[in-house]
Design a protein around this ligand. Structure first.
Ligand SMILES: [Zn+2]
Length: 318
């Protein structure tokens, strides 16, 4: 889940109840290329905006980008390759069930991967759940790849509300698409990597103790930040100010990727210590610690962040 404002964004996955409130539902619409469907409980203008976001990306010439290629398993970066990746992880965008125009506050929901949360709950119950898309199908929830993403009012306001930038401007579209790519990553994973849940940020981090960080190198913040940067570089009509806001948004994402644990730093310190011939150069306290570690029978605990397994798990109930 993601809340406004931009620089205090908090992402988290929550586990909602299965029972959903009902809203008057309109017709469902879908994107011609990705087949991603926008549910009838979004307003017509919200539906239009999202479908036009996909159409916008389809038309972009995205510069070759090694980070995107590695994350999306592409030989060459392309909008169609990025959208295909998205379509595997996102089937329906529905309205946030608790969000309403009257509750549009600074902490409005931006987006949330409802399907992953529902799957997590189904797994706990060891029984597939189901979700009724407004004016759409009844979905069986037996994998995080069920691909139900909630859009809240915060998504449509975006980071440019105070900058006089229209919601249909390319920069607004890039911001929304980056958020959509972030959420799509929550449709992946198995076991400990299930749904790429966010974890607590470490002490000293701006989001200290909030579940707003990734302890891996290919999670939602990595996906979101890199897609925003790739689209920003290719944007033909973004002003310098809009570019800067997009880059700040990407930096905010990157700041949430935790690359080294304390244990890793200790291990690095010790390997450094071991390369020094004279212990006189090493502060006594570090030297003592490294000697203590070397006496342990097991290796020094080390947990650098790594790529997590993205293969989605499933409940095999007939
Ligand atoms: Zn997230």
């Amino acid at each position: 889940m993601r809340f406004l404002p931009l620089l205090t964004l908090v992402f988290a996955l929550h586990v909602p109840a299965f029972g959903m409130g009902s809203k008057p539902a309109g017709r469902m619409a879908s994107d011609a290329h990705t087949q991603i469907q926008v549910a009838g409980d979004l307003t017509e203008s919200e539906q239009r905006l999202l479908l036009d976001d996909f159409a916008y990306l389809e038309q972009q010439n995205i510069e070759d980008n090694s980070a995107i290629n590695a994350l999306f398993h592409l030989d060459h970066t392309s909008a169609s390759g990025m959208l295909s990746w998205l379509a595997e992880r996102m089937q329906f965008i529905v309205a946030n069930q608790k969000d309403s125009p009257s509750s549009r506050t600074e902490s409005s929901v931006v987006m949330s991967n409802l399907g992953a949360s529902l799957y997590f709950r189904a797994k706990q119950a060891n029984s597939p759940g189901s979700f009724q898309v407004a004016n759409g199908p009844l979905l069986s929830v037996n994998s995080p790849r069920v691909g139900i993403i909630e859009a809240g009012s915060g998504l449509f306001r975006g980071p440019f509300a105070n900058e006089n930038v229209n919601t249909s401007a390319p920069s607004s579209r890039i911001y929304r698409l980056g958020t959509i790519f972030h959420e799509a990553r929550h449709s992946d994973g198995n076991g400990i990597s299930l749904a790429f849940f966010h974890e607590k940020c470490p002490a000293g981090h701006i989001y200290e103790n909030q579940a707003a960080c990734d302890h891996n190198l290919n999670g939602p913040y990595t996906i979101g930040g890199n897609t925003i940067l790739a689209m920003e570089k290719s944007c033909q009509n973004c002003s310098e100010q809009e570019r800067e806001i997009l880059r700040l948004s990407a930096l905010d994402s990157f700041s949430r990727i935790i690359r080294d644990s304390v244990e890793t730093m200790q291990a690095d310190e010790c390997s450094y210590v071991n390369t020094i011939s004279s212990n006189e150069l090493v502060p006594p306290i570090i030297s003592e610690k490294c000697r203590a570690n070397s006496r342990q029978t097991s290796p020094v605990s080390e947990s650098p962040s790594v790529f997590w397994d993205e293969k989605p798990e499933s409940l095999n109930h007939s």
